[in-house]
Design a binder for this molecule. Sequence first.
Ligand SMILES: Nc1nc2c(ncn2[C@@H]2O[C@H](COP(=O)(O)OP(=O)(O)OP(=O)(O)O)[C@@H](O)[C@H]2O)c(=O)[nH]1
Ligand SMILES: [K+]
Ligand SMILES: [Mg+2]
Length: 364
Amino acid sequence: MGILDRIAEIEAEMNRTQKNKATEHHLGLLKARIAKLRAQLIADSETTGPKGEGFEVSKAGDARVVMIGFPSVGKSTLLTSMTKTESNSASYEFTTLTCIPGVLEYSGSRIQLLDLPGIIEGAAQGKGRGKQVIAVARTADLVLMMLDCTKGEKQKELLTKELESCGIRLNQKPPNIYYKPKKAGGVSFNATCKLTKVDERMVKMVLHEYKIHHAEILFREDCTTEQLIDVIVGNRVYLNCLYCYNKIDLVSLEECSRLAHLPHSVVASSALKLNFPYLKDMIWEYLALVRVYTKKKGQFPDLSEPLVLRGGCTVRDACAALHRTLADQVKSALVWGTSTKHDPQKVGLAHLLEDEDVLQVIKK
Ligand SMILES: Nc1nc2c(ncn2[C@@H]2O[C@H](COP(=O)(O)OP(=O)(O)OP(=O)(O)O)[C@@H](O)[C@H]2O)c(=O)[nH]1
Ligand SMILES: [K+]
Ligand SMILES: [Mg+2]
């Protein structure tokens, strides 16, 4: 039996047990047992493996938003008040021990919102259930970094560092460096712009450090050594991140306004449901999804059930989302919306769609 099952069993027993003088001692013992099991679960993430007991949640809906934050910043409270799922919240740390999925409905799309255990400094090295939590974060389309607005900027810095050390880059674009390892021929280095942060010698030194002696490398922008390393090592994920300053009911209006004006930030109170409409709008904006309304010839589009696609999607992607073989049967399409020069515009399969476009396909 796993630790989580044992915890659940003891919790069930506690619920069955009437609270009175005679059971006081027994209940105390059960509480202590739970506390010990929790501590064990948090301490030995090694034994629970990288996947980890209680983290097996499959992707669902149109996109995945992952809440990352220190313990007790109000992640579970947010999940409970924003979705139909209930996630236990309490004033003690590590209330949440597993990954809890909820669904956020937003203008015809269904967004998966994941509640996770709190992470602490050292999470990347496996402290707490940090490794598992960060592994889930890597699968996100958007990180919602939950911060306690009474605790200062330190939390944000520490969390960013933890995620960075696991190869997650927040609100950054992948560096525009062309890199191709080779079998022979030495290192060929070029740049299409002026480099102010590295020079050829530095680049070669870094490459040698990684035991790479033959490669083609082309800087297309003025990157740093860290960015070069990211490209060489690979395996990095670049995620949008929204900083949610929670518990604004506890700070002054001035402080609230200051936090709200920080880049990529939203203020909220998950307990009092403050600023939820704006928070949802921002989640939508940062996911950068594209709603496409499809229509048949001579009919109006169905505005209640859009296709929800990733940013940068084409008519071909929309066809693929409608039916696996549809793209092969389609010759061109009519599109109405912001992606066109005039409405409707006849376009090919490679046409890039934008949010709220209307699409009518023309079969061969
Ligand atoms: N004042 C105030 N308290 C809040 C707010 N949101 C949550 N809380 C309280 O903060 C405590 C922790 O809330 P949780 O939702 O359990 O926090 P969590 O981040 O899920 O915590 P862990 O699962 O332990 O990591 C609870 O006592 C909540 O009632 C808020 O917006 N304002
Ligand atoms: K808590
Ligand atoms: Mg929680």
